[in-house]
Design a protein around this ligand. Structure first.
Ligand code: NAD
Length: 502
Protein backbone atom coordinates (compact mmCIF):
# COMPACT_ATOMS: atom_id res chain seq x y z
CA UNK A 1 0.00 0.00 0.00
CA UNK A 2 1.42 3.43 -0.89
CA UNK A 3 1.64 6.28 1.57
CA UNK A 4 -1.02 8.30 -0.29
CA UNK A 5 -3.50 5.46 0.06
CA UNK A 6 -3.19 5.39 3.83
CA UNK A 7 -3.12 9.14 4.36
CA UNK A 8 -6.40 10.45 5.82
CA UNK A 9 -8.31 12.53 3.28
CA UNK A 10 -8.92 16.19 4.09
CA UNK A 11 -12.61 17.02 4.61
CA UNK A 12 -13.22 20.70 3.86
CA UNK A 13 -15.97 23.23 4.32
CA UNK A 14 -18.54 23.99 1.59
CA UNK A 15 -18.52 27.72 1.06
CA UNK A 16 -19.82 29.74 -1.87
CA UNK A 17 -20.65 26.54 -3.75
CA UNK A 18 -17.27 24.85 -3.50
CA UNK A 19 -15.07 22.81 -1.22
CA UNK A 20 -12.92 25.24 0.71
CA UNK A 21 -10.02 24.24 2.98
CA UNK A 22 -10.21 25.64 6.49
CA UNK A 23 -7.75 28.24 7.72
CA UNK A 24 -7.88 27.54 11.45
CA UNK A 25 -5.19 24.82 11.29
CA UNK A 26 -7.43 22.76 13.59
CA UNK A 27 -8.90 19.46 12.46
CA UNK A 28 -10.49 16.31 13.90
CA UNK A 29 -10.01 12.67 13.00
CA UNK A 30 -12.80 10.88 11.16
CA UNK A 31 -12.72 7.12 11.67
CA UNK A 32 -13.99 4.16 9.76
CA UNK A 33 -15.71 2.52 12.76
CA UNK A 34 -15.64 -0.90 11.10
CA UNK A 35 -11.83 -0.94 10.90
CA UNK A 36 -10.84 1.58 13.55
CA UNK A 37 -8.71 3.42 10.97
CA UNK A 38 -8.53 7.18 10.63
CA UNK A 39 -9.79 7.84 7.11
CA UNK A 40 -10.30 11.59 7.13
CA UNK A 41 -9.30 14.82 8.80
CA UNK A 42 -12.14 17.28 9.04
CA UNK A 43 -11.46 21.01 9.23
CA UNK A 44 -12.71 22.73 12.39
CA UNK A 45 -13.85 26.28 11.77
CA UNK A 46 -12.59 29.16 13.88
CA UNK A 47 -14.75 32.05 15.03
CA UNK A 48 -13.25 34.18 12.24
CA UNK A 49 -14.28 31.58 9.64
CA UNK A 50 -17.81 31.50 11.07
CA UNK A 51 -17.98 35.30 10.91
CA UNK A 52 -16.86 35.30 7.26
CA UNK A 53 -19.37 32.60 6.33
CA UNK A 54 -22.23 34.45 8.03
CA UNK A 55 -21.28 37.72 6.34
CA UNK A 56 -21.42 36.00 2.94
CA UNK A 57 -24.71 34.33 3.86
CA UNK A 58 -26.28 37.67 4.76
CA UNK A 59 -25.54 38.93 1.24
CA UNK A 60 -26.96 35.80 -0.38
CA UNK A 61 -30.10 35.92 1.77
CA UNK A 62 -31.14 39.20 0.12
CA UNK A 63 -31.40 37.62 -3.32
CA UNK A 64 -32.58 34.12 -2.36
CA UNK A 65 -35.75 35.38 -0.70
CA UNK A 66 -36.76 37.06 -3.98
CA UNK A 67 -36.59 33.79 -5.93
CA UNK A 68 -40.19 32.81 -6.79
CA UNK A 69 -41.89 29.96 -5.00
CA UNK A 70 -42.30 28.04 -8.24
CA UNK A 71 -38.55 28.13 -8.80
CA UNK A 72 -37.77 27.09 -5.22
CA UNK A 73 -40.19 24.18 -5.60
CA UNK A 74 -38.56 23.21 -8.88
CA UNK A 75 -35.15 23.04 -7.17
CA UNK A 76 -36.64 20.81 -4.48
CA UNK A 77 -38.14 18.48 -7.10
CA UNK A 78 -34.76 18.21 -8.84
CA UNK A 79 -32.97 17.71 -5.52
CA UNK A 80 -35.41 14.93 -4.71
CA UNK A 81 -34.72 13.20 -8.06
CA UNK A 82 -30.95 13.46 -7.52
CA UNK A 83 -31.15 12.08 -3.98
CA UNK A 84 -33.28 9.24 -5.24
CA UNK A 85 -30.81 8.41 -8.01
CA UNK A 86 -27.79 8.59 -5.67
CA UNK A 87 -29.22 6.70 -2.66
CA UNK A 88 -26.62 3.96 -2.90
CA UNK A 89 -23.68 6.36 -3.06
CA UNK A 90 -24.92 8.34 -0.08
CA UNK A 91 -25.58 5.13 1.86
CA UNK A 92 -21.99 4.03 1.30
CA UNK A 93 -20.74 7.31 2.77
CA UNK A 94 -22.97 6.77 5.81
CA UNK A 95 -21.68 3.23 6.28
CA UNK A 96 -18.08 4.26 5.92
CA UNK A 97 -18.14 7.07 8.52
CA UNK A 98 -21.03 6.10 10.81
CA UNK A 99 -20.80 2.33 10.52
CA UNK A 100 -24.51 1.52 10.07
CA UNK A 101 -25.27 -1.31 7.66
CA UNK A 102 -26.15 -0.45 4.06
CA UNK A 103 -29.84 -1.40 4.34
CA UNK A 104 -30.23 0.77 7.44
CA UNK A 105 -28.43 3.65 5.71
CA UNK A 106 -30.90 3.34 2.82
CA UNK A 107 -33.74 3.51 5.37
CA UNK A 108 -32.30 6.71 6.83
CA UNK A 109 -32.06 8.23 3.36
CA UNK A 110 -35.63 7.24 2.50
CA UNK A 111 -36.90 8.97 5.65
CA UNK A 112 -34.77 12.00 4.77
CA UNK A 113 -36.15 12.17 1.22
CA UNK A 114 -39.69 12.31 2.67
CA UNK A 115 -38.81 15.76 3.94
CA UNK A 116 -37.82 16.90 0.48
CA UNK A 117 -41.13 15.49 -0.83
CA UNK A 118 -42.89 17.66 1.72
CA UNK A 119 -40.88 20.77 0.81
CA UNK A 120 -41.76 20.30 -2.89
CA UNK A 121 -45.22 21.50 -1.86
CA UNK A 122 -43.85 24.81 -0.58
CA UNK A 123 -46.12 27.03 -2.74
CA UNK A 124 -49.10 25.42 -1.05
CA UNK A 125 -47.49 25.42 2.41
CA UNK A 126 -46.76 29.14 2.32
CA UNK A 127 -50.25 30.20 1.31
CA UNK A 128 -51.41 32.87 3.72
CA UNK A 129 -54.92 33.82 4.79
CA UNK A 130 -57.04 36.59 3.25
CA UNK A 131 -60.11 38.21 4.76
CA UNK A 132 -61.92 40.40 2.30
CA UNK A 133 -63.95 43.11 3.96
CA UNK A 134 -62.68 42.63 7.50
CA UNK A 135 -64.04 46.11 8.08
CA UNK A 136 -65.71 48.49 5.66
CA UNK A 137 -63.37 48.78 2.69
CA UNK A 138 -60.60 47.04 4.65
CA UNK A 139 -58.97 43.76 3.73
CA UNK A 140 -56.65 41.79 6.05
CA UNK A 141 -54.20 39.16 4.95
CA UNK A 142 -51.14 37.30 6.23
CA UNK A 143 -47.89 36.37 4.56
CA UNK A 144 -45.08 34.13 5.76
CA UNK A 145 -41.58 35.42 5.16
CA UNK A 146 -38.21 33.71 5.61
CA UNK A 147 -36.10 34.53 8.66
CA UNK A 148 -32.87 35.21 6.75
CA UNK A 149 -29.76 33.25 7.75
CA UNK A 150 -30.48 30.16 9.84
CA UNK A 151 -28.15 27.48 11.19
CA UNK A 152 -28.46 23.76 11.88
CA UNK A 153 -26.27 21.74 14.25
CA UNK A 154 -26.66 18.00 13.83
CA UNK A 155 -25.68 14.75 15.61
CA UNK A 156 -23.59 11.84 14.40
CA UNK A 157 -26.31 9.23 14.36
CA UNK A 158 -28.29 10.38 11.30
CA UNK A 159 -25.76 12.27 9.18
CA UNK A 160 -28.14 12.53 6.20
CA UNK A 161 -31.68 12.37 7.60
CA UNK A 162 -31.39 14.95 10.38
CA UNK A 163 -29.80 17.61 8.12
CA UNK A 164 -32.61 16.89 5.61
CA UNK A 165 -35.21 17.39 8.39
CA UNK A 166 -33.96 20.97 8.55
CA UNK A 167 -32.60 21.89 5.13
CA UNK A 168 -35.59 20.98 2.98
CA UNK A 169 -38.06 23.28 4.72
CA UNK A 170 -35.57 26.01 5.61
CA UNK A 171 -34.38 26.47 2.02
CA UNK A 172 -37.81 26.07 0.45
CA UNK A 173 -39.12 28.76 2.83
CA UNK A 174 -36.49 31.13 1.41
CA UNK A 175 -33.81 31.02 4.09
CA UNK A 176 -30.07 30.73 3.65
CA UNK A 177 -28.78 27.76 5.65
CA UNK A 178 -25.49 27.12 7.44
CA UNK A 179 -25.07 23.50 8.50
CA UNK A 180 -22.61 22.49 11.22
CA UNK A 181 -22.72 18.70 10.94
CA UNK A 182 -21.28 16.25 13.42
CA UNK A 183 -17.52 16.23 13.16
CA UNK A 184 -17.62 12.44 13.56
CA UNK A 185 -19.25 11.76 10.17
CA UNK A 186 -19.17 15.00 8.20
CA UNK A 187 -19.01 13.80 4.58
CA UNK A 188 -22.73 13.13 3.97
CA UNK A 189 -23.41 16.85 4.35
CA UNK A 190 -20.90 17.64 1.57
CA UNK A 191 -22.54 15.08 -0.71
CA UNK A 192 -25.91 16.74 -0.02
CA UNK A 193 -24.36 20.15 -0.79
CA UNK A 194 -23.19 18.92 -4.20
CA UNK A 195 -26.63 17.52 -5.02
CA UNK A 196 -28.29 20.81 -4.04
CA UNK A 197 -25.92 22.63 -6.37
CA UNK A 198 -26.70 20.19 -9.19
CA UNK A 199 -30.38 20.76 -8.50
CA UNK A 200 -29.88 24.45 -9.26
CA UNK A 201 -29.59 25.94 -5.78
CA UNK A 202 -27.61 29.18 -6.18
CA UNK A 203 -24.13 29.08 -4.66
CA UNK A 204 -23.98 30.43 -1.13
CA UNK A 205 -27.57 29.53 -0.20
CA UNK A 206 -26.34 26.37 1.50
CA UNK A 207 -23.08 26.32 3.45
CA UNK A 208 -21.41 23.52 5.36
CA UNK A 209 -19.09 24.67 8.11
CA UNK A 210 -17.43 21.88 10.02
CA UNK A 211 -16.45 22.42 13.58
CA UNK A 212 -16.76 21.80 17.26
CA UNK A 213 -17.75 23.94 20.25
CA UNK A 214 -15.84 26.96 18.94
CA UNK A 215 -17.87 27.09 15.71
CA UNK A 216 -21.13 26.32 17.51
CA UNK A 217 -20.60 29.11 20.04
CA UNK A 218 -19.74 31.55 17.25
CA UNK A 219 -22.98 30.67 15.46
CA UNK A 220 -25.02 30.97 18.67
CA UNK A 221 -23.59 34.39 19.46
CA UNK A 222 -23.67 35.83 15.95
CA UNK A 223 -26.24 38.63 15.65
CA UNK A 224 -27.00 37.82 12.01
CA UNK A 225 -28.11 34.24 12.63
CA UNK A 226 -31.88 34.42 13.09
CA UNK A 227 -32.61 30.87 14.19
CA UNK A 228 -30.88 27.66 15.23
CA UNK A 229 -32.15 24.10 14.87
CA UNK A 230 -30.27 21.57 16.94
CA UNK A 231 -30.46 17.81 17.36
CA UNK A 232 -28.15 16.00 19.76
CA UNK A 233 -27.75 15.02 23.39
CA UNK A 234 -29.77 16.67 26.16
CA UNK A 235 -26.97 18.55 27.97
CA UNK A 236 -25.90 20.18 24.70
CA UNK A 237 -29.50 20.78 23.59
CA UNK A 238 -30.17 22.61 26.86
CA UNK A 239 -27.02 24.67 26.39
CA UNK A 240 -27.86 25.52 22.77
CA UNK A 241 -31.37 26.59 23.74
CA UNK A 242 -30.20 28.76 26.62
CA UNK A 243 -27.33 30.41 24.77
CA UNK A 244 -29.21 30.81 21.49
CA UNK A 245 -32.28 32.41 23.09
CA UNK A 246 -30.04 34.61 25.26
CA UNK A 247 -28.69 35.96 21.98
CA UNK A 248 -32.18 36.65 20.69
CA UNK A 249 -32.54 33.69 18.37
CA UNK A 250 -35.44 31.40 17.68
CA UNK A 251 -34.23 27.97 18.81
CA UNK A 252 -35.52 24.42 18.57
CA UNK A 253 -33.19 21.98 20.33
CA UNK A 254 -33.98 18.28 20.32
CA UNK A 255 -32.22 16.19 22.95
CA UNK A 256 -31.73 12.63 24.09
CA UNK A 257 -34.16 9.88 24.95
CA UNK A 258 -34.95 6.79 26.96
CA UNK A 259 -37.78 5.13 25.10
CA UNK A 260 -39.91 2.56 26.88
CA UNK A 261 -41.98 -0.15 25.24
CA UNK A 262 -44.90 -1.25 27.41
CA UNK A 263 -45.93 -4.83 26.73
CA UNK A 264 -49.31 -5.78 28.19
CA UNK A 265 -50.12 -9.37 29.17
CA UNK A 266 -52.47 -9.78 26.19
CA UNK A 267 -49.84 -8.80 23.60
CA UNK A 268 -48.69 -11.25 20.95
CA UNK A 269 -45.38 -12.26 22.51
CA UNK A 270 -43.61 -13.12 19.28
CA UNK A 271 -44.65 -9.90 17.59
CA UNK A 272 -43.57 -7.88 20.65
CA UNK A 273 -40.22 -9.73 20.76
CA UNK A 274 -39.57 -9.08 17.05
CA UNK A 275 -40.37 -5.41 17.55
CA UNK A 276 -38.21 -5.07 20.67
CA UNK A 277 -35.20 -6.70 19.00
CA UNK A 278 -35.56 -4.59 15.85
CA UNK A 279 -36.00 -1.33 17.75
CA UNK A 280 -33.33 -1.97 20.38
CA UNK A 281 -30.45 -3.21 18.24
CA UNK A 282 -31.06 -1.61 14.82
CA UNK A 283 -28.26 0.85 14.06
CA UNK A 284 -26.49 -0.58 17.12
CA UNK A 285 -29.01 1.20 19.35
CA UNK A 286 -27.67 4.58 18.22
CA UNK A 287 -31.09 6.01 17.44
CA UNK A 288 -32.91 8.62 19.47
CA UNK A 289 -36.08 6.59 18.88
CA UNK A 290 -34.49 3.23 19.78
CA UNK A 291 -36.32 1.19 22.38
CA UNK A 292 -33.95 0.89 25.32
CA UNK A 293 -36.39 -0.34 27.98
CA UNK A 294 -39.05 -3.02 27.74
CA UNK A 295 -41.64 -2.78 30.51
CA UNK A 296 -43.04 -6.28 30.82
CA UNK A 297 -46.40 -6.19 32.57
CA UNK A 298 -47.38 -9.10 34.81
CA UNK A 299 -46.98 -12.63 33.59
CA UNK A 300 -45.89 -11.69 30.06
CA UNK A 301 -42.31 -11.22 31.35
CA UNK A 302 -40.84 -14.74 31.36
CA UNK A 303 -42.12 -15.62 27.90
CA UNK A 304 -41.13 -12.25 26.48
CA UNK A 305 -37.56 -12.37 27.82
CA UNK A 306 -37.17 -15.91 26.43
CA UNK A 307 -38.56 -14.83 23.05
CA UNK A 308 -36.22 -11.83 22.86
CA UNK A 309 -33.20 -13.87 23.98
CA UNK A 310 -33.94 -16.62 21.45
CA UNK A 311 -33.67 -14.13 18.60
CA UNK A 312 -30.26 -12.73 19.55
CA UNK A 313 -27.81 -15.52 18.66
CA UNK A 314 -28.74 -15.29 14.97
CA UNK A 315 -28.24 -11.51 14.68
CA UNK A 316 -25.32 -10.82 12.38
CA UNK A 317 -22.95 -8.16 13.67
CA UNK A 318 -20.11 -7.00 11.44
CA UNK A 319 -18.98 -4.38 8.92
CA UNK A 320 -21.91 -2.47 7.45
CA UNK A 321 -20.50 -2.83 3.95
CA UNK A 322 -21.24 -6.58 4.03
CA UNK A 323 -24.88 -7.03 3.04
CA UNK A 324 -25.19 -10.11 5.25
CA UNK A 325 -24.71 -8.05 8.42
CA UNK A 326 -27.66 -6.60 10.32
CA UNK A 327 -25.79 -4.46 12.84
CA UNK A 328 -22.55 -2.54 12.48
CA UNK A 329 -20.04 -1.07 14.94
CA UNK A 330 -20.51 1.83 17.35
CA UNK A 331 -19.33 5.30 16.43
CA UNK A 332 -16.09 5.32 18.43
CA UNK A 333 -13.90 3.20 20.65
CA UNK A 334 -14.68 5.39 23.69
CA UNK A 335 -18.42 5.12 23.10
CA UNK A 336 -18.19 1.33 22.64
CA UNK A 337 -16.34 1.04 25.96
CA UNK A 338 -18.82 3.31 27.71
CA UNK A 339 -21.75 1.20 26.47
CA UNK A 340 -20.01 -2.01 27.55
CA UNK A 341 -19.53 -0.40 30.97
CA UNK A 342 -23.30 -0.26 31.46
CA UNK A 343 -23.56 -4.04 31.07
CA UNK A 344 -20.97 -4.42 33.82
CA UNK A 345 -22.55 -1.87 36.14
CA UNK A 346 -26.01 -3.40 35.70
CA UNK A 347 -24.63 -6.81 36.67
CA UNK A 348 -22.91 -5.29 39.71
CA UNK A 349 -26.11 -3.53 40.70
CA UNK A 350 -28.19 -6.71 40.60
CA UNK A 351 -29.55 -7.10 37.05
CA UNK A 352 -29.53 -10.47 35.32
CA UNK A 353 -27.31 -10.44 32.23
CA UNK A 354 -29.29 -12.75 29.93
CA UNK A 355 -27.07 -12.09 26.92
CA UNK A 356 -23.67 -10.41 27.36
CA UNK A 357 -22.54 -8.58 24.22
CA UNK A 358 -19.06 -8.13 25.69
CA UNK A 359 -18.48 -11.84 25.22
CA UNK A 360 -18.73 -11.67 21.44
CA UNK A 361 -15.33 -11.30 19.77
CA UNK A 362 -14.57 -9.60 16.48
CA UNK A 363 -11.56 -9.62 14.15
CA UNK A 364 -9.64 -6.37 13.64
CA UNK A 365 -9.83 -3.04 15.43
CA UNK A 366 -13.38 -1.98 14.62
CA UNK A 367 -15.59 -0.50 17.33
CA UNK A 368 -17.85 -3.55 17.57
CA UNK A 369 -19.87 -4.74 20.51
CA UNK A 370 -22.29 -7.65 20.57
CA UNK A 371 -25.90 -7.19 21.67
CA UNK A 372 -26.81 -7.36 25.37
CA UNK A 373 -30.07 -8.19 27.12
CA UNK A 374 -30.50 -7.26 30.78
CA UNK A 375 -33.42 -8.57 32.83
CA UNK A 376 -34.67 -7.58 36.31
CA UNK A 377 -33.40 -4.05 35.77
CA UNK A 378 -34.67 -1.56 38.35
CA UNK A 379 -35.04 2.22 38.08
CA UNK A 380 -32.14 2.95 40.42
CA UNK A 381 -29.57 1.24 38.15
CA UNK A 382 -27.27 3.31 35.92
CA UNK A 383 -28.32 1.25 32.89
CA UNK A 384 -31.90 2.39 33.46
CA UNK A 385 -31.19 5.99 34.43
CA UNK A 386 -28.85 7.01 31.59
CA UNK A 387 -29.29 7.10 27.85
CA UNK A 388 -26.88 4.30 26.87
CA UNK A 389 -27.16 4.80 23.09
CA UNK A 390 -25.89 1.33 22.28
CA UNK A 391 -27.06 -2.26 21.72
CA UNK A 392 -28.24 -2.88 25.29
CA UNK A 393 -31.89 -3.65 26.03
CA UNK A 394 -33.13 -3.45 29.62
CA UNK A 395 -36.21 -5.35 30.77
CA UNK A 396 -38.02 -3.92 33.77
CA UNK A 397 -40.76 -6.14 35.22
CA UNK A 398 -43.81 -4.24 36.41
CA UNK A 399 -46.95 -5.65 38.03
CA UNK A 400 -49.54 -3.45 36.29
CA UNK A 401 -50.23 -1.05 33.43
CA UNK A 402 -50.29 1.79 35.99
CA UNK A 403 -46.83 0.89 37.34
CA UNK A 404 -45.41 0.85 33.80
CA UNK A 405 -47.10 4.14 32.92
CA UNK A 406 -45.69 5.75 36.06
CA UNK A 407 -42.13 4.84 35.06
CA UNK A 408 -42.68 6.32 31.60
CA UNK A 409 -44.14 9.52 33.00
CA UNK A 410 -41.54 9.87 35.77
CA UNK A 411 -38.70 9.63 33.26
CA UNK A 412 -36.82 12.85 32.51
CA UNK A 413 -37.10 12.18 28.76
CA UNK A 414 -40.27 12.05 26.68
CA UNK A 415 -39.16 11.39 23.12
CA UNK A 416 -40.87 8.17 22.04
CA UNK A 417 -42.76 5.29 23.58
CA UNK A 418 -44.78 2.30 22.40
CA UNK A 419 -47.48 0.03 23.72
CA UNK A 420 -47.96 -3.55 22.57
CA UNK A 421 -51.41 -4.96 23.21
CA UNK A 422 -54.45 -6.45 21.48
CA UNK A 423 -56.76 -4.25 23.55
CA UNK A 424 -57.79 -1.11 21.66
CA UNK A 425 -59.23 0.46 24.80
CA UNK A 426 -55.96 0.05 26.69
CA UNK A 427 -54.02 1.52 23.78
CA UNK A 428 -56.35 4.48 23.59
CA UNK A 429 -56.01 5.06 27.33
CA UNK A 430 -52.20 4.90 26.99
CA UNK A 431 -52.20 7.48 24.20
CA UNK A 432 -54.20 9.74 26.50
CA UNK A 433 -52.12 9.13 29.64
CA UNK A 434 -48.48 9.11 28.57
CA UNK A 435 -46.29 12.20 28.83
CA UNK A 436 -44.36 11.55 25.63
CA UNK A 437 -44.26 13.37 22.30
CA UNK A 438 -44.36 10.41 19.89
CA UNK A 439 -46.37 7.30 20.65
CA UNK A 440 -46.50 3.95 18.85
CA UNK A 441 -49.40 1.52 19.13
CA UNK A 442 -47.91 -1.83 18.15
CA UNK A 443 -45.27 0.30 16.34
CA UNK A 444 -41.91 0.30 18.15
CA UNK A 445 -40.26 3.30 16.44
CA UNK A 446 -43.04 5.82 15.85
CA UNK A 447 -41.08 8.43 13.86
CA UNK A 448 -43.84 10.58 12.36
CA UNK A 449 -44.13 10.83 8.57
CA UNK A 450 -42.81 14.08 7.10
CA UNK A 451 -46.21 15.76 6.89
CA UNK A 452 -46.57 15.60 10.68
CA UNK A 453 -43.78 16.96 12.86
CA UNK A 454 -41.15 15.25 15.01
CA UNK A 455 -40.54 16.16 18.61
CA UNK A 456 -40.36 14.79 22.09
CA UNK A 457 -41.50 16.29 25.36
CA UNK A 458 -39.65 17.17 28.57
CA UNK A 459 -35.84 16.93 28.35
CA UNK A 460 -36.10 15.58 24.81
CA UNK A 461 -36.96 18.98 23.34
CA UNK A 462 -36.22 22.57 24.30
CA UNK A 463 -38.35 25.11 22.47
CA UNK A 464 -41.94 25.04 21.39
CA UNK A 465 -41.86 23.94 17.78
CA UNK A 466 -41.21 20.39 16.67
CA UNK A 467 -38.91 19.54 13.81
CA UNK A 468 -39.96 19.29 10.11
CA UNK A 469 -43.48 19.05 8.67
CA UNK A 470 -45.92 21.90 9.43
CA UNK A 471 -43.93 22.94 12.53
CA UNK A 472 -40.79 23.16 10.37
CA UNK A 473 -42.46 25.63 8.04
CA UNK A 474 -43.66 27.60 11.05
CA UNK A 475 -40.18 27.60 12.60
CA UNK A 476 -38.45 28.85 9.45
CA UNK A 477 -40.89 31.69 8.70
CA UNK A 478 -42.27 34.79 10.34
CA UNK A 479 -45.85 35.81 9.85
CA UNK A 480 -46.74 39.31 8.79
CA UNK A 481 -50.34 40.53 8.84
CA UNK A 482 -51.30 43.32 6.47
CA UNK A 483 -54.34 45.55 6.94
CA UNK A 484 -55.13 47.37 3.73
CA UNK A 485 -57.67 49.84 2.36
CA UNK A 486 -57.94 51.87 -0.80
CA UNK A 487 -60.32 54.66 0.19
CA UNK A 488 -61.45 57.65 -1.82
CA UNK A 489 -59.12 60.46 -0.59
CA UNK A 490 -62.14 62.79 -0.70
CA UNK A 491 -63.62 61.08 2.39
CA UNK A 492 -60.40 61.26 4.39
CA UNK A 493 -60.47 62.97 7.85
CA UNK A 494 -58.56 63.03 11.15
CA UNK A 495 -59.88 60.55 13.75
CA UNK A 496 -57.95 60.14 17.04
CA UNK A 497 -60.12 57.23 18.22
CA UNK A 498 -58.63 53.75 18.36
CA UNK A 499 -59.24 51.94 15.03
CA UNK A 500 -62.32 49.71 15.30
CA UNK A 501 -64.44 47.71 12.97
CA UNK A 502 -67.20 49.65 11.29
P1 NAD B 1 -23.88 15.63 20.77
O1 NAD B 1 -24.80 16.44 21.61
O2 NAD B 1 -22.60 15.19 21.33
O3 NAD B 1 -23.51 16.47 19.45
C1 NAD B 1 -24.49 17.07 18.63
C2 NAD B 1 -23.89 18.28 17.95
O4 NAD B 1 -23.49 19.23 18.95
C3 NAD B 1 -22.66 17.97 17.11
O5 NAD B 1 -22.72 18.72 15.92
C4 NAD B 1 -21.51 18.42 18.00
O6 NAD B 1 -20.40 18.88 17.26
C5 NAD B 1 -22.12 19.56 18.79
N1 NAD B 1 -21.53 19.68 20.14
C6 NAD B 1 -21.07 18.66 20.92
N2 NAD B 1 -20.60 19.15 22.09
C7 NAD B 1 -20.78 20.49 22.06
C8 NAD B 1 -20.52 21.55 22.98
N3 NAD B 1 -19.96 21.31 24.17
N4 NAD B 1 -20.83 22.81 22.62
C9 NAD B 1 -21.39 23.05 21.42
N5 NAD B 1 -21.66 22.10 20.50
C10 NAD B 1 -21.37 20.83 20.82
O7 NAD B 1 -24.74 14.40 20.22
P2 NAD B 1 -24.24 13.15 19.36
O8 NAD B 1 -23.42 12.26 20.23
O9 NAD B 1 -23.66 13.60 18.06
O10 NAD B 1 -25.64 12.45 19.03
C11 NAD B 1 -26.26 11.53 19.89
C12 NAD B 1 -27.31 12.21 20.75
O11 NAD B 1 -28.25 12.87 19.92
C13 NAD B 1 -28.12 11.22 21.58
O12 NAD B 1 -28.32 11.77 22.85
C14 NAD B 1 -29.44 11.12 20.82
O13 NAD B 1 -30.55 10.75 21.60
C15 NAD B 1 -29.58 12.51 20.31
N6 NAD B 1 -30.48 12.57 19.18
C16 NAD B 1 -31.71 13.09 19.38
C17 NAD B 1 -32.60 13.13 18.33
C18 NAD B 1 -33.97 13.70 18.53
O14 NAD B 1 -34.65 13.86 17.55
N7 NAD B 1 -34.39 14.01 19.72
C19 NAD B 1 -32.24 12.63 17.07
C20 NAD B 1 -30.96 12.12 16.90
C21 NAD B 1 -30.08 12.10 17.98
Amino acid sequence: MTDTMTKPAPINHWLGGKLTPGTSSRSAKVFNPATGEVQGLVDLASRAEVDAAVAAAVQTARSWRTVPLSRRAEIMFRFRALLDARRDDLARILTSEHGKVHADALGEIARGIENVDFACGIPNLLKGGYSEGASTGVDVYSIQQPLGVVAGITPFNFPAMVPLWMIANALACGNVFILKPSEKDPSASLFIAELLQQAGLPDGVFTVLHGDKEAVDALLEHPDIAAVSFVGSTPIARYIYQKGTEHGKRVQALGGAKNHMLVLPDADVNMAADAAVSAAYGSAGERCMAISVVLAVGDVADGLVDAIASRLPSLKVGPGSDAANEMGPLISREHRDRVAGYVGSAADQGATVVVDGRAQTFDGNGFFLGVSLLDHVTPDMDAYRDEIFGPVLCVVRVPTYEAGLKLINDNEFGNGTAIFTRDGGAARQFQFDCQVGMVGINVPIPVPVAYYSFGGWKASLFGDTHMYGPDGVKFYTRTKVITSRWPDPAGSRVDLGFPQNR
